[in-house]
Every structure is written in C-alpha cells, then in structure tokens.
Design a protein around this ligand. Structure first.
Ligand code: FMN
Length: 534
C-alpha cells in the first residue's frame, strides 16, 4: 500500500474516540492562549463591503427549483452579499462581560479554522486581485494585485473563492482529532458558499484538479507568513459566478508571478502548540494536480418539496444556529423527516451537492426517536444504488430491512430495528444528550476504503462531503421549524460494532441531530454587524 495512504489511515485510527480512551488532546483548556478567531493581514489595503443580504428577496424554496432565481450581475457588491451570506457573521452572543461572534458557516466548538479568500478579475465596483475576507469587518484586504494579463486568465462570468485552514485554532481545544474537524468545517463552508451563490442565481463548483501547492501559491499562503505552529494550509477552490467555467491553474499562476504580496499576518496566540500527528496527516494527504474527472451526470429525481411558503434564503442562512439542548418531547411529521433526508440526495443544479464533482460516498444510519408515524428505531439511508449494495454487503446479518409506508419511492431507506434507541444514540455520541432528546440523530457512513483509489487526499474530500451534508441538514431542519447540531464527538468503533461492520469498507465520519430546541435564556443575542458604524 502507498505509504502516504498508510500514514493517513494511521492518523484516522489514532484519532478515534473510544469509550475507554479519547483521542490524544490537551490536558485542559489554556484560555489565555486561545487562538484569535480572526486573522488579519496588517498593512494590506482594505475594501469595505456594504451589507446587502437583508435586501435579497430570494426564497429558500427557489434554490431547489433550478432556473427560478434570475442571475445577479457579477459585481463587487454582489460578491459582498455572497460572502455575507456564507462566511459572514450571523450574530453576537454574550453572557456577562463575555461576548463571541457566530457565523453563517458553523464550526466545531465555534473555533473557526476556515479562512476565506476572493480571487477575482476586475469587475464593476472591485479591482482585480487576491483578497482575504475579514468576517468581523465584512471587508476584504487586498494581498496581491497582478497586472492586466490576470483578467484574461479567468473564464468569463466567474471568480474563484479559496478556503484554507488554520489547524492550530481547532487543535488548541481538540488536539489530534482537530484535523478532522478542520475538514468538516471546510465542507460546511463549501456548502455555505454554494447555497449563497444559488441565492444570487449563480453557479458554483469545486475546482478539483488543482494541486494543494498551486492553491497555496494562488492564495499567497506560501509567502512569508505566520509561525509554523500557526500556519494556514490550503484546502479548496470553488469557481463561483453567473456562468459556469473552469480557469486554468497554470495561466493564473503565471499571471500572478512576481506580484508583490501586501500585509503581515497577525499572531493568533502567545504560545501556539505543535501537534505532530496533524503535521503528519497534512503532509500525507497533500494533493498533486489531477486530471478533470469525466462528467458523471447526476441522475434526475422528483423535485424536492419543502415547507410552504418557507423563509427567505438570506434570513435562513443568518438565522441558522446549533441547538445546545433539545426538549425531548417535540415530534416531527414523517413528511418533514423524509424531506430532510431527500435533500441529502444530489440533484442537477440544486445546492449544495451539485458543487461536488463525485457521486455520493456517504450514507446515513439514523436513530429515530420522535417521528410521527414511524416506529422508534434504527434506519439506514443509501444515497446511491451502488451504496445500497455496499451497505447490504457490509452490515451484519439479522436486521429487518423493512420498507417504510409513505416514503417517497426514490428514497432508499429501510428500518433495521424497531426499538427505543435513545440510550445507544446518547452513548455513541460521547454521552451527549443532544443525540437522544432530539427527533432523530444520525451517523454518516463513508465508503472509506474504496475512496483511496483516487489517492490519500480522498480522506479530506470524504469529510468535505460530510460537512456539506451537515450544512444541508442544518438548513433543512431550520426551514421545517426544527434545529440541528453537528456532532464531531462520537465513539467511532461503537457505531461500527453496532452494525457489525468489519475492516475499513465503511467508516463513521460525522454525526448530526435534529429536533425541537431548548433556548438558553442566560445568553443575549446581538445583531451581526451592530458594531460597524457604516
Ligand atoms: C464539525 C462540527 C462538530 C460539532 N460537534 C459538536 C458536538 O460534538 N457537540 C455539540 O454540542 N456541538 C457540536 N457542534 C456545534 C458547534 O459547537 C457550533 O456549530 C458552534 O458552536 C457554532 O454555533 P452555531 O452553529 O450556532 O453557529 C459541532 C459543529 C461542527 C460544525
């Protein structure tokens, strides 16, 4: 086996939480040393964006009807709305003298390792350049301004949005497992961008062929930057705009050559800690340039039905929150349950899964607690026909495989077991009540071993897909009047044992829970940009 694949499999194994032993992490939280969640390039010229999402009239339901949102022109102001609805702040929370910002994109522990970049040609209202996004200020800082040849290297009608991670921000709290959470968060951010683009009537797709080194060069991450412990590593690029397109890495990088870089990155902590297992994982899965995958058209499905009339997209994006507790009584109509799961299937030109260039590789094991008309129990959803074969082969014998009355015929979902599963759901999600007091919780099972045929970097893409599924679940739950929470803390092997899974054919990569939330009255909520005097 490729030694780099062995390296990443070692990382995966050693970062599993077990009932008897959590993955290696810090002994306690070093509060004075908590990394700053806001990176700034001091000295780089800034462009302040207007706040415009509140005036966007797109209905969330229209995102599921391709062609129903007229594309907005590619302008600086509309790019500002794209970032405001995806990576911008959504609120401030405070208790006593302490306050913290929430963002449209969720993040494990609200630590936000993901940084956003805009790479664009000249568009009305904005000069060409490579810009770093400042969510607190809703502004961008220009790190590089290449010459005119740069504009020709873009395919018309689109820009590039880049994402990177600062693993130290997550490792400060979560230690070695943090690198997984960085990947989940990148997947959430990717999906947030795809949803926001759709609300502007724009296309968005992952630029999968780029090498990590090229992404780092394009975003300026390989310039003199932060100390090694606080370094920012390249994650992904997304092409976004009113027209589809795929810019050539070589032409863009050539046009960027010899351009000076502005700004010095701020220090995030006084004493950053080096987590060697994360360095090794990150080294093992660096991606070279790869060929474009042959087009694999998404099979058509019946249109998605959602709640009517439903919210405005921009409101939903900014009002999305994680539940910190559930009431343990709210029941969900079966129609909502089926629709929330249905939204996890890719559909042509429907966000967020049309942005991912590979067919679904993650499936769902649901722990149903309170869904009207469905017995409490264990359920399995295959997101593809091929996935159904993998699941049937991998899951141990003795399960019911019962089909469900009232379930849309294209949804491959079965009941494996009818029984109260609240205790097991709580236990496998690190004893967290949120997995048991909700309407349902779930585990995402990845076709793990098979994905590595592409290369070790497939590890990251599996987590991105999990994060995109999480973002879909968050928004769908909210649209139906419920609330979701991503769950990164779970006992990997307990889930595998429960189903009788052997080896690495399937691995559990993320949990999620949806139900009727309990609010925490001790917290005050403030608007996202009340602190800006614009
Ligand atoms: C990858 C990921 C893992 C998470 N894991 C947990 C978890 O195990 N338990 C929990 O209560 N919340 C978990 N959360 C929820 C975060 O704490 C929450 O997203 C963050 O505090 C920001 O709040 P917001 O989602 O309301 O913006 C997770 C979120 C993400 C994205």
């Amino acid at each position: 086996m490729d030694t780099r694949i062995e390296g990443i499999l070692r990382y995966h194994e050693r970062t599993k939480h077990h009932q008897t032993r959590y993955a290696p992490g810090p002994a306690g939280l070093d509060w004075p040393n908590q990394p700053d969640p806001f990176r700034v390039y001091e000295g780089a010229p800034r462009h302040e964006w207007r706040l415009g999402a509140g005036a966007l009239g797109t209905a969330y339901a229209d995102l599921k009807r391709p062609g129903s949102v007229p594309p907005r022109p590619l302008t600086g102001d509309n790019l500002g709305i794209l970032f405001e609805m995806s990576l911008g702040l959504s609120a401030w929370k405070s208790v006593g003298a302490v306050s913290w910002a929430l963002r449209c994109n969720p993040s494990s522990g609200n630590l936000h390792p993901t940084e956003g970049y805009l790479v664009c040609p000249s568009v009305p209202g904005l000069d060409r350049g490579v810009y770093h996004y400042l969510p607190r200020e809703h502004a961008i800082e220009r790190r590089a301004q290449p010459g005119e040849r740069w504009d020709e290297a873009f395919s018309p009608g689109g820009v590039i949005v880049g994402l990177s991670s600062i693993p130290w921000r997550e490792a400060w709290k979560y230690g070695e497992r943090a690198y997984r959470y960085c990947q989940h968060d990148a997947g959430h951010a990717l999906a947030s961008l795809r949803y926001a683009a759709a609300a502007l009537g724009w296309e968005a797709s992952l630029l999968e062929a780029w090498a990590d080194a090229d992404v780092a060069s394009l975003l300026g991450l390989d310039q003199d930057g932060p100390a090694a412990e606080e370094r920012e590593v390249p994650e992904l690029l997304i092409r976004v705009g009113p027209e589809p397109g795929s810019p050539e890495p070589a032409r863009l990088l050539e046009a960027l050559r010899d351009t000076p870089w502005a700004g010095r990155s701020n220090r995030l902590s006084a004493r950053p800690v080096h987590w060697l297992a994360i360095d090794e994982a990150e080294r093992a899965i660096r991606k070279p340039r790869t060929r474009l995958r042959p087009e694999d058209p998404i099979p058509p499905l019946p249109p998605l039905v959602g709640p009517v009339p439903g919210p405005l997209a921009a409101d939903l994006f900014r009002e999305r929150r994680s539940a910190v507790a559930y009431d343990g009584t709210t029941a969900m109509p079966a129609a909502a349950f089926f629709s929330i799961l249905d939204a996890l299937l890719p559909r042509p030109r429907v966000p967020p899964f049309d942005a991912l260039p590979w067919p679904p590789r993650l499936h769902v094991l649901a722990f149903v607690h309170r869904v009207e008309g469905l017995a409490a129990g264990l359920y399995l959803l295959a997101r593809t026909a091929e996935g159904e074969d993998v699941l049937r082969e991998a899951v141990g014998p003795g399960w019911e495989w019962a089909s469900l009355p009232g379930c849309p015929s294209h949804l491959r979902i079965w009941r494996l077991l009818a029984e109260d599963v609240t205790r097991v759901a709580r236990l496998i999600s690190c004893h967290q009540d949120i997995a048991a007091d909700s309407c349902f919780s779930l585990a995402m099972l990845a076709e793990f071993e098979a994905a590595f045929v592409e290369g070790p970097w497939a590890y990251r893409t599996l987590f991105w897909e999990a994060g995109a599924m999480g973002q879909s679940l968050y928004l769908e739950a909210e649209a139906w009047g419920f609330r979701g929470t991503g769950i990164g803390c779970y006992f990997d092997e307990e889930v595998h044992r429960l189903l009788g899974l052997r080896g690495d054919v399937l691995q559990d990569l993320y949990h999620f829970t949806v139900g009727g939330p309990l609010e925490d009255d001790r917290l005050t909520t403030l608007p996202p940009y009340g602190h800006l005097q614009r």
